[in-house]
Structures are given as C-alpha cells and as structure tokens.
Design a protein. Structure first.
Lengths: 376, 294
C-alpha cells in the first residue's frame, strides 16, 4: 500500500511538472464579495473574456493560460493574503488586481518584494505605483488614469459646465482612494476660483450621516462631492435627499455600478461622475467590445469590466512579446508596450501610469448616460 | 437655533437606537456579570430578519418588527444555552472569550452565501416617507417611528422589570443568584428570559437602524455594538435607566461634535467623554458601586 502511495506521489509530481511547462499562470485578485462586489464581478468578467480570447487564439506563444482567482473582499489585509496565496501556494508570477487602491497598495508591496509583475485595472491612487518617498515600484503598472487627473476633471466640469461656485466634500478618512480623490478635487476646485464650504470626513462603518449632512445643508452648496464607492454613496445620497439637500451630487469612478440605481433610487438621479470610458463611445473597438460582452453576460460592460479586459490583454501582450512568463522580462515588455486598448490607447509613463482621457457620466432614473469626454 | 434643534433630533435618533442595544448589554451584565460581545451581532441578525420579513414574507412593518424580535429572542436564548451556560461556573474570562467567539461565528456564518450572504443590501422602507417642517426643523416619518417604537419598548421594559413577578425575579437573581435560587426562583429560566428580552430589544434596534440608515451587511453590528457597549458603561453597566441615558448621551455627543467641532474628531470626543466620566465616577453615571462579597 505504501509503495503504491509513493508511486502515485512520484507520478503526480511528474504530471504536475509536465503541466507546469505547458501553461502560463495568470492570477486575479478582486473583491468578489463584500461592499463593492459588483466591481469584483465585472472585473472577473472582463478578465475571463480576455483570457478566453487569448486561449482560443492559441494562448501565449503556444502555451495555454491557466487562471487563479482570489477574493480580497475589498479589505487590505485580505488583499495581501490573497496575493500571498497566489504567489506562494499557486506559484503565480503575473497578477491582475486589485480593484480598489486601498487593496492594491498592499498587493503592490507584496508583488515588489516577491518579484511578481502586477497590473491593477482600476486603482487610481498615485501611491499604487510609487512609494511614499516618490520612487517607482518597478513591477507595478495600472490600466487606468490617476486621481490627480480625475479630481481635476471633476473640478473643472463643476466650475465650467455646471457653473458651480461652492462645493461641499464628504470623504472616508480611512480609504486611500476616497481621501486622495477628495484632496485633489478640493485643491483644483479652489484653484479654479470655487469655494469649499464644508470638508467633512466619516469612518468606513458609519451609517448615520445626518449630522454632517445637516451641516452641509446649512451651507447649501452647489455641488456635494462624494468620491466613495457606490454602496456608501447610495446611503449618503438617500439621507441627503431625505434631509432636503438640493445640491448636485458628484463623484468618481467608484460610482460605476449596476447596483447604484437599485441602492440609491431617485436620490442619485442627476448625479455626475468621472469615469474611464463610456459604452456609448462610437469608436468601433468599443462598440465591438460592448456587443461581445452583452452577448455573453447580458449587460453592458461597465468601466471595471473594460479596464479588467484591457489590463489582462496588456499582460498577455507583454508576456507574448517577452516570450516567457518570467516576471522581470514581462515587466520590461510592459514598460515599452503600445496597445490600442478599449478604454483608449495605452503607453506607460515612467511611473507606470497610462496617459488616457476621462468620460463624464450622469445617472438617470434607470442607468447612466454619457455627457462628455475630457482629454488630459 | 433651528440648526441646533435639527442636530439634536439627529442625535436622539441615533441615541435611541444605541439605547435598544445597550439595554441588552446592561441586562445581561446585571444578571450574569458577562459582557456579551455577540450582542452587536444579534442586532445584525435582527436587522436581517426584519429585511426578510418585509421583502420575502411581505409582512406589514409591525409584524416584521415582531418577527425579528421573536427570532432574535430565540437566538439569544439558544446562544446562552449552548455557549454560556456550560461556562457559568468557569472563570469569567472564559465566558468573555466565548462571547467573542460567538460574535465571530455569527458574523462569518451569516456571511455565507446560503445564509444572509456577504453583500450589502438596501433596506426596504415599509411606509411612506413624509417630511414635516416645524419652525425650520424638519423631521420625517422615519424619526417618528424610531422615537415611538424605542420609547414604547422602553416603557414596556420598565413595566416588566419593576411591576411584574418575572421582573422581580430578574432583579432578585441579579442581586444574588444563590439566594434567589433558594427562594424558589428558577434561576436558569430567568437568565434565559433576560437573554431573550435583551436580544429582542437588539432586534428592534436592528430593524430601526435598517429603516433609518437603509443599508445592511453581516458586519454592520460591530460598530453600533461597540458604541452601545460604551454607552452602557457610561451610564453604569447593570443599570437599565443608565443604559438609556448613556446611549442618548453618546448619540447626541456624536452628532453635535460632528456638527459643531469636527467630523474627524467625532469618535475621539465621544470616547474622551467616556474616559472622563469613568475617572470621576468609575461605576458610570447611574451605576451603583458594587459591594464586594467576601
């Protein structure tokens, strides 16, 4: 019996060795459950489409792509755990993820130390690709624009297009993305001649916003800027309207979710947000992508799905160009890659950030509509 | 002035929800000297039961509220029977750690896909929202319902504890368990009952919280549970009026410090007040100094 077991073990070892040479492992870290679960679902969809397409075309230089998916629940600790599991246990060296900046920052530290190449599809905080001292994290890239740009676009739109004079800002003090975006927007709004009448923070688990919203209502600002994720925004929007606040709501790409109108209902109607792309963009590659995605998942791809598709395609293109899954070679290929992605053409600057435009979207009763595109 | 009144209403709304949770902490502590850390999670289960009552079973609001309260009373009694009763003779630290275990169990078990699921749910509003304006202060049906339900439950509780035979037995058990047993009181039943009542109140708090701040998830009980615990300590743990007083103070201090000082400083201010009160009055505002039994 023992001999059989040993034999089986050796055989298994051979089989797994043989498999190792025929596949390229690609990991995904995304929030598949928790407070931003639609982000994770869309990201996984976009990722899967890109991988399936590449595999159908013969994989990366003849090797099929094998995927490993880990859930980070939108929690920084869980993100680091999910990353270590992929790297140490599954032996993955090419990682797509994570969605939110607060998760991608610890994940990027881990990928740096472990020498894994990482592309985050949607984390917009500058600190994902650069350290606090301003040096570049060599292994880390992103497929989206960054928050200083997003904040500037929002401020400019509020001042020029909505003719706003005053704005209030609410932000989650414990979330890198929300806090960063709030600061960039504030600075640009003030620089553009506007006045910030209230700059109020809350904590992640807060559900009662009546105190700060009553304070905002007293100032009656033209704009209420809430750059948080859709769940929190829905809660704040509902309470704001309940208190009779009339300000126009604005936010960032964290608003992009099919659940937003379900959660916030009419409270979010007329709210504007900055996003990475619009499914109404007439470019043929966008329309082809929308059709392809709709046929498979029955809904229009949001920015999360699109960027996940772009990030995954970038990684696959770089691995193909590098001719191996050695993360250092893939990294060098990424740095010099040029790709016409769905969300805009991508070339990376020296900080690992692509240079791309932003779309302004508006919520209607049933969904989103495209308003404008802003170039950097 | 109307701004201040408005903020006061906001604070009272939060305070009354805290009060319903704080009562469970204080009653359980009063009777078995246990800080039931799972209480915040019972509150969460209550919110979810209310959610299912309204959405799945289409109960009218009062029925959904009662459904959540009964469900959580059963849950509270079950927790006591399974987790705490076997440890009643053990050192208090063992029961405390078990309470934390029960808390984690409830959070992670209910976030499994086939229980409540790990996602955030929008809470239904089972009545029409009307906003009234009185002299620059606006309040809505939500606030009226929160105040009415909370005050009604507090009056019922006060009546039960002070005026009924069961209440007398509860007070006796809390005063001295052994002697109460010798006087013919079924101590186990009274302890179960206390857990049941405390959990039912937490469930009511959960449903009201869901209605007032319409979003729920399996981890929603942690912060309100902690705040309510602090409120119970502030008011004097073991004292029923103390818990209500402490909770209302917590709610009002939180909103007024957000409103007049800084929203970032809110929790720092609220907890500083707790520390100051405990330095001046270690037993809490209405707590009695315990007599050391030798």
């Amino acid at each position: 019996m023992k001999r059989v077991l040993v034999g089986a073990t050796i055989l298994l070892a051979f089989v797994s060795c043989a498999q190792k040479q025929n596949v390229i492992k690609l990991g995904l870290v995304a929030p598949l459950t928790g407070d931003v679960k639609t982000f994770g679902e869309s990201t996984k969809n976009g990722f899967t489409v890109a991988v399936d397409e590449a595999n159908a075309k013969g994989g990366i230089n003849g090797k099929q792509i094998k995927v490993f998916i880990a859930d980070d629940k939108n929690d920084p600790t869980e993100a680091a755990n999910a990353g270590s599991k992929l790297i140490n246990q599954d032996g993955v060296r090419l990682i797509i993820g994570s969605v939110s900046s607060k998760c991608s920052i610890p994940l990027s530290e881990l990928c740096e130390t472990m020498g894994a190449a990482m592309i985050t599809p949607t984390s917009t905080n500058p600190k994902v690709t650069i350290r606090d001292d301003g040096t570049r994290k060599a292994m880390v890239f992103r497929a989206c624009f960054i928050d200083p740009f997003q904040g500037a676009v929002a401020a400019k739109f509020a001042l020029d297009n909505l003719k706003a004079k005053t704005s209030a800002i609410l932000y989650d003090v414990g979330n890198d993305y929300v806090k960063g975006l709030a600061e960039f927007y504030r600075d640009d709004f003030v620089k553009g001649g506007g006045t910030v009448v209230a700059y109020e923070s809350y904590a992640k688990d807060d559900a009662d916003f009546s105190a700060i919203l009553t304070k905002v209502k007293r100032e009656n600002p033209d704009i209420l800027y809430v750059p948080d994720y859709y769940n929190k925004v829905g809660l704040i929007a509902k309470q704001a309207r309940q208190l009779g606040l009339k300000s126009v709501l604005m936010g960032g790409d964290g608003w992009d979710s099919p659940d937003m109108t379900k959660i916030a209902g009419e409270a979010i109607e007329g709210g504007y947000f900055t996003n990475h792309y619009s499914p109404d963009d007439p470019r043929p590659e966008v329309q082809e992508w929308v059709k392809k995605y709709e046929a498979r998942f029955g809904s229009k791809p949001d920015a999360l799905a699109t960027l996940a598709y772009d990030a995954t395609s970038l990684m696959i293109a770089a691995a193909t160009q590098a001719g191996s899954d050695d993360p250092a070679k893939v990294r060098d290929a990424l740095q010099s890659v040029q790709m016409k992605a769905i969300s805009g053409s991508v070339t990376f600057d020296s900080s690992g950030n692509p240079i791309k435009s932003a779309a302004i979207m508006r919520y209607t009763r049933t969904g989103q509509e495209y308003v404008a595109t802003v170039m950097p | 002035m109307s701004y201040f009144l408005q903020q006061l209403i906001n604070g009272l709304q939060l305070g009354f929800v805290y009060a319903l949770i704080a009562l469970g902490y204080t009653m359980v502590y009063g009777i078995v000297r246990l800080i039931n850390f799972a209480h915040g999670d019972v509150f969460m289960v209550g919110a979810f039961l209310g959610y299912y009552g309204i959405l799945r079973f289409h109960f009218p609001f009062p029925v959904a509220l009662a459904f959540a309260m009964v469900g959580c009373a059963i849950l509270g009694i079950a927790i006591e029977r399974i987790a705490y009763k076997p440890l009643r003779a053990a050192p208090r630290i063992a029961a405390l750690i078990t309470a934390m275990g029960v808390s984690l169990f409830l959070e992670y078990f209910t976030s499994l896909k086939f229980v409540f699921g790990p996602n955030y749910l929008a809470y239904p509003r089972p009545f029409k929202l009307v906003t009234y304006q009185v002299g620059g202060v606006s309040f809505s049906t939500i606030q009226i319902i929160v105040f009415a339900v909370a005050i009604a439950l507090l009056i019922v509780l006060q009546y039960v504890v002070q005026r009924t035979k069961v209440g007398m037995a509860m007070r006796a058990v809390s005063f001295d368990k052994e002697t109460a047993g010798l006087m013919g009181i079924n101590v186990d039943r009274i302890i179960s009952l206390t857990f049941g009542i405390g959990s039912a109140l937490a469930a009511a708090g959960g449903v009201l919280y869901g209605v007032a701040y319409p979003q729920i998830n399996p981890f929603m009980g942690i912060m309100p549970g902690l705040k309510a615990f602090v409120a119970a300590v502030l008011g004097g743990i073991g004292s029923i009026p103390g818990a209500v007083l402490g909770a209302v103070i917590m709610g009002v201090v939180e909103t007024t410090s957000s409103a007049f000082i800084s929203s970032t400083m809110r929790d720092a201010i609220a907890f500083s007040i707790l520390i100051i009160v405990l330095i001046v009055k270690p037993a809490g505002l209405l707590g009695k100094k315990g007599i050391e039994k030798v």
